[in-house]
Design a protein around this ligand. Structure first.
Ligand SMILES: C[S@@+](CC[C@H](N)C(=O)[O-])C[C@H]1O[C@@H](n2cnc3c(N)ncnc32)[C@H](O)[C@@H]1O
Length: 275
């Protein structure tokens, strides 16, 4: 486990993933009944953009930073920026909130976050980052195992975020099979599955695998900010939403062309499909 999200926090992929995450949480909050969020690969929670990793790899400068002072971004992006601003109250962008930190800002008294992080240092940092309250549960456990052990949640409604580091070559396939198993236990939950946009054939195969395992409706949003490089550097990402919330497709139709233009480093683009 060498991956450290601090090198990538706030980049174009985080912008897309976290904007979609907040939309999903807002949708869940439209009903009064409590929900649960399972974050299978949570990271350290808060990222210091003046810290060593973020300075050595300033991906955030071509991500969230480009949007920071944008006058009127589309609603999906404006909502995301407001959430990031709540961690930077003096207006200067210094702290980037990862997925579990963003989720904790949205929980009502009876909603629950289950955040799993296996790396010991990242897990310790996550514990320090998140508020100490009964409905915020931090687990030092394997996110793949948690998909079996923690689903379905007692609340019977909620969101599952699957955001592995893709260090292992077959992690797309591992994810697809694990999500297939989770769908059998919690078929009506919303799943937000982040994937690197590197090999289109592998991604389509992963989508097909999840469909074969029972996913009925998938909304897929792809965003890339440059053309693929020979070194395989990440230039784009794809989020797949299984059981997507109502209105997300329309919100992405508006936000994706904006993001492709605002975050471009050359040949940017986007794609959206739902079936
Ligand atoms: C892409 S980062 C997570 C970023 C976070 N979801 C966010 O959006 O802010 C992936 C994290 O998964 C952790 N990790 C790797 N393998 C894991 C496993 N099997 N179970 C749980 N966490 C794992 C890594 O240490 C890393 O912190």
């Amino acid at each position: 486990m060498n991956y450290r999200h601090a090198f990538h926090a706030g980049n174009h992929a985080d912008v897309l993933k976290h904007a979609v995450l907040l939309f999903c949480l807002d949708s869940l909050k439209r009903k009064e009944t409590p929900f649960a969020v399972l974050d299978t690969h949570a990271g350290r929670g808060l990222y210091d953009l003046a810290g060593d990793e973020a300075q050595r790899s300033p991906e955030w400068q071509d991500g969230v930073s480009r949007l920071w002072s944008w006058p009127e971004p589309p609603p999906l992006v404006a909502r995301y920026l407001d959430a990031v601003r709540s961690f930077n109250q003096d207006g200067a962008l210094r702290t980037y909130p990862g997925s579990p930190a963003l989720v904790t800002t949205q929980l009502r008294a009876d909603d629950v976050l289950m955040a799993c992080e296996l790396h010991p240092e990242e897990h310790a940092a996550l514990r320090r980052s998140l508020p100490r309250q009964a409905n915020v549960q931090v687990h030092a456990r394997d996110g793949w195992e948690a998909l079996s052990a923690l689903l379905p949640p007692p609340q019977r409604r909620g969101l599952v975020l699957i955001d592995p580091p893709y260090e292992a070559p077959d992690e797309l396939n591992i994810s697809a099979r694990a999500i297939g198993g989770a769908l059998k236990r919690f078929g009506h939950g919303t799943y937000l599955w982040w994937r690197p946009l590197k090999d289109e054939r592998l991604l389509t195969a992963a989508d097909d695998e999840v469909r074969a395992q029972g996913a009925k409706e998938i909304l897929r949003a792809d965003l890339w900010t440059a053309s693929p490089t020979r070194e395989g550097r990440l230039v784009g990402s794809s989020v797949a939403l299984i059981n997507p919330p109502f209105g997300l497709n329309a919100a992405l139709q508006e936000a994706l062309p904006f993001l492709a233009e605002a975050l471009t480093k050359g040949q940017s683009g986007w794609r959206l499909s739902q079936n």
